[in-house]
Design a protein around this ligand. Structure first.
Ligand SMILES: Nc1nc2c(ncn2[C@@H]2O[C@H](COP(=O)(O)OP(=O)(O)OP(=O)(O)O)[C@@H](O)[C@H]2O)c(=O)[nH]1
Ligand SMILES: [Mg+2]
Ligand SMILES: [Zn+2]
Ligand SMILES: [Zn+2]
Length: 370
């Protein structure tokens, strides 16, 4: 096997992968097969050395660090993208992730074609997608079971396609249970530290001054967890402290990481935005890029709305922890309207759920800025 480029990462454990970090195993008996000078010189795969199993070529590639089975085309990827979705329990993370992936997969004429990379991602996505779009029920709260399993997707980029090849990226998305943000353990810390973009989801109904303005039924049908009044602010501060501690950054230093601050459940607070830009349909996908003027308007509207609602402590937590130019505010609704009183969803028409992802991809130069 050739020496792997040093920018290749295992999408499961996020450790760098060099040729000595991967092992080739037999598909039948799963034993590692070591190559020799001939296999090295001829770039061929070794055969299984176990008696009675010798005819099998050791074609299964595994990470030596975590044992995960790696896709056969792992070497062909151009970029290894890693995003973490963070937020207190009930913020709307899993429903958002599911509708976001659905919208990207189903968008007709999308230049970015995504497919699950492993069977766990396929079955998780199918199960959640079926709940929201067929059974019309919200996805239930995520178990805080260990280890947390990130979703692994592959993106093929039609914009970067020649007659013989197409650019492919791996996309690792970590969506843990809300409790994971409060008690960050070593596995979760690897994902947070390894994430190029943090997507922090905030439930506007968790902000006390906003919740007061919303119909009590809508609040109750859109809420699965009760929090103290400063839960979202505390979460941002804790997350920032944690990132600083793990990167040995002085506490006075602002964190230089892309952060999408995404307000979920926009349907529940639609009245307070009237006909603002954030309530209009998103222009990015039809422009096949990230439309900066639209995103700038949305960012300013959400900041103004938070200030107007008297939620300055939340804004302070963002402003005093993260570098200014690196933070963008977004507003989304995964369902397009609140769940109904019987726990069911009406017609599911997600609103602006792709905006944060397209921004994150534009920061990686995958999606062009328009
Ligand atoms: N009105 C409204 N409610 C939503 C929306 N998305 C989610 N919800 C409500 O929020 C609840 C929690 O959503 P989840 O996606 O499970 O939240 P989570 O952040 O993944 O929570 P944990 O897995 O417990 O960390 C859902 O059961 C819905 O009742 C939305 O777009 N609009
Ligand atoms: Mg969840
Ligand atoms: Zn690994
Ligand atoms: Zn074998």
């Amino acid at each position: 096997m050739s020496i792997l480029p040093s920018n290749v990462l295992c999408p499961y454990c996020l450790n760098p992968l060099h040729s000595w970090d991967v092992k080739m195993t037999c598909p039948e008996c799963e034993t590692e097969a070591k190559g020799n000078l001939i296999t090295y010189l001829t770039h061929s795969l070794p055969k299984c050395q176990v008696p009675n199993c010798r005819k099998h070529v050791a074609s299964v590639c595994r990470c030596k660090q975590c044992g995960a089975k790696l896709p056969a085309d792992i070497l062909d990827y151009e970029k290894y993208l890693r995003f973490s979705i963070l937020g207190v329990t009930g913020a709307g993370k899993t429903n958002f992730l599911t509708t976001m992936l659905h919208e990207l997969r189903e968008y007709i004429g999308s230049p970015w074609v995504i497919a699950p990379m492993d069977p766990t991602t396929t079955s998780t996505y199918q199960r959640y997608n079926d709940m929201i779009y067929t059974k019309r029920i919200p996805v239930p709260m995520t178990d805080k079971g260990m280890p947390p399993v990130p979703q692994q997707w592959k993106i093929k980029d039609r914009n970067k396609m020649s007659a013989t090849r197409i650019s492919t990226y791996s996309l690792t998305i970590f969506d843990g249970a809300g409790e994971d943000c409060a008690h960050i353990d070593p596995t979760i810390s690897r994902y947070i530290n390894g994430s190029k973009t943090l997507i922090i989801l905030i439930d506007p109904l968790s902000l006390p001054n906003v919740r007061r303005t919303v119909d009590a039924n809508v609040v109750s049908w859109s809420t699965t967890a009760k929090h103290g009044s400063n839960a979202s602010t505390d979460m941002v501060n804790q997350l920032a402290d944690y990132i600083r501690a793990s990167c040995r950054m002085p506490s006075a230093k602002l964190i230089d990481r892309n952060v999408a601050v995404v307000f979920t459940k926009l349907d529940a607070v639609a009245k307070s935005f009237g006909s603002a830009t954030v309530m209009q349909s998103s222009p990015h996908m039809s422009a096949r890029g990230f439309v900066k003027t639209d995103a700038d308007a949305v960012h300013a509207e959400i900041r103004d709305w938070l200030e107007g609602a008297g939620e300055s402590s939340f804004l302070d937590a963002i402003d005093t922890n993260f570098r200014k130019g690196k933070v963008r505010f977004f507003g989304v609704s995964s369902f397009g309207q609140p769940p109904m009183g019987n726990g069911k969803l009406g017609a599911v028409v997600p609103h602006r759920v792709l905006d944060p992802l397209l921004w994150a991809l534009s920061m990686e130069h995958v999606v062009p800025e328009k």
